[in-house]
Design a protein around this ligand. Structure first.
Ligand SMILES: [Zn+2]
Length: 83
């Protein structure tokens, strides 16, 4: 079993906690030691390669476009949600 398989099957709740806290999913290091590459955008999907300085772990974060924020001269934001 690979290290990733062990991580996924061994303790999924710990993995979720680390991802929500913006920590390295492999070792739990804080985000100040995580390197985020520029996101690659494909339609409504964006993929961002990430790596951890502490453990050299690599992963990809996936995002989905869902809104635009427009600001007027007062700096107030108006949100336009996309389907
Ligand atoms: Zn790490």
């Amino acid at each position: 079993m690979t290290e990733i398989s062990k991580l996924i099957h061994g303790n999924m709740s710990k993995l979720h906690e680390r991802i929500k806290a913006e920590q390295c999913p492999f070792c739990g290091a804080e985000k100040n030691v995580i390197i985020y590459d520029s996101p690659e955008i494909d339609g409504v999907d964006a993929l961002q390669a990430c790596s951890c300085i502490d453990c050299e772990g690599e992963w990809t974060e996936a995002y989905r476009f869902h809104r635009v924020l427009l600001s007027d001269e007062t700096g107030k934001f108006h949100v336009i949600l996309m389907d």
